[in-house]
Ligand binder design. Structure first.
Ligand code: AMP
Length: 369
């Protein structure tokens, strides 16, 4: 199957090629032809990193009237990181087509600047739910002309506590619009949103009933707490030039781990809630440009990150929740590549690891380094 066969026009295909997006992924095969030809609601359950931005982005761009300066679509994302990524992808898709203006707005940045930016013609708004509410209250935008609302990583938005904001936005969007919902998991709260705010005729697709991407190799090593750091260093040194992410449970441990790794001369930085947006952007740029090899992150700070070609994810500390393991592991083996998800566990944590295996129906293989 090709993008052309799915109904995507040549000018988009040319831009996709430059992004090395040549062959449609399963979610793209399912979503694109449907969304291009049907004006209704759409619900997709698909793991992260499977190409959903293009799956909804391409049909969305096709719906936008470039001649009208009005806001025609709203994309809600759980984090500013994901929001910025989505906006950037859409911009790249339109390299050879009519210009379509997308603005990303999110908390943690100056609202006045965003309000000023929104005075320019903007056809697509990408927003985190909290900031969108603030902007609506300040009357910086209205949703009356919005024809499409996309909920990206809907489960993440709820787990980040955006339920109230989300329902408020969906209630307020009175104009006749279609809602497209994308989520890796379908917890009861998502089902409630679907029931209350989406059309009963919504089209549903599920991509890969397994939550965890099959291309990920799961491994663990058992180790005493006192030896953990040395073992991690040993593992990282074996990695050659391969890049990866190392997960900690708390800000404090991310901060202390990055100091340890830097002291040993490794190329490492940490992202966590205490960073300024500027600092965080700088680190993410370095990591994407491959001038930074190891990125240490907490679960919250890592949400929505998409960095290609990561060879591994290391769980230096076990995740608090099963879903976190899914999201952490999803940072590797993206876009059809293979990847390693390696857990560093003490004997006491083995029970938790077994629980993960059962819950996610995956095999985590014991290894020695
Ligand atoms: P997403 O799930 O949209 O965050 O996409 C994950 C990554 O896969 C992004 O870096 C995309 O550029 C890339 N990607 C999306 N679709 C494809 C495709 N059909 N072939 C190769 N890479 C893709």
């Amino acid at each position: 199957m090709s993008f052309s066969a799915l109904g995507i026009s040549e000018n988009y295909i040319k831009a996709l090629k430059e992004l090395k997006i040549i062959k449609p992924s399963p979610i793209q095969e399912e979503a694109i032809p449907f969304l291009l030809t049907n004006g209704t609601d759409f619900i997709a359950q698909a793991p992260t990193g499977t190409g959903k931005t293009a799956a909804y982005g391409l049909p969305l761009l096709a719906r936008i009237d470039p001649k009208s300066p009005k806001v025609q679509a709203l994309i809600l994302t759980p984090t500013r990181e994901l929001g910025q990524q989505v906006a950037k992808q859409l911009f790249k898709f339109t390299k050879y087509t009519d210009k379509i203006f997308t603005e990303a707005v999110y908390g943690g940045a100056k609202i006045e600047q965003q309000i000023a930016a929104l005075r320019r013609p903007t056809q697509i708004i990408v927003a985190t739910p909290g900031r969108l509410i603030d902007l609506l209250q300040k009357k910086a935008l209205d949703l009356d002309t919005v024809k499409t609302i996309i909920l990206d990583e809907a489960d993440e938005m709820l787990s980040m506590g955006f339920k109230k904001e989300l329902t408020r936005i969906l209630k307020q969007a009175t104009a006749k619009h279609d809602t497209w919902l994308f989520s890796a998991t379908m917890p009861p709260e998502i089902k409630t949103i679907i029931k209350e705010y989406m059309k009963p005729t919504a089209h549903r697709v599920t991509i890969g009933t397994d939550k965890v991407n099959k291309k990920i190799k799961h491994q663990f090593i058992v180790i005493d707490q006192s030896e953990k750091l040395n073992m991690l260093l040993h593992f990282l040194r074996q990695m050659g030039n391969d890049r990866g992410m190392i997960f900690c449970r708390t800000k404090a441990s991310a901060k202390s781990l990055v100091e340890e790794l830097k002291a040993k001369g490794l190329s490492a930085e940490a992202i966590h809630g205490d960073l300024l947006q500027k600092e965080r952007d700088k680190i993410m740029r370095a990591f994407k440009k491959e001038t930074l090899q190891f990125l240490i992150a907490t679960d919250i700070a890592a949400r929505g990150i998409d960095v290609k070609d990561l060879a591994f994810v290391a769980h230096y500390e076990q995740p608090d929740q099963v879903e976190y393991y899914v999201h952490r592991s999803g940072r590797t083996a993206r876009a059809g590549q293979e990847g390693l998800s390696l857990s560093f566990v003490t004997k006491d944590e083995l029970k938790q690891l077994n629980y993960l295996q059962d819950k996610l129906k995956i095999v985590i293989e014991k290894v020695r380094i």
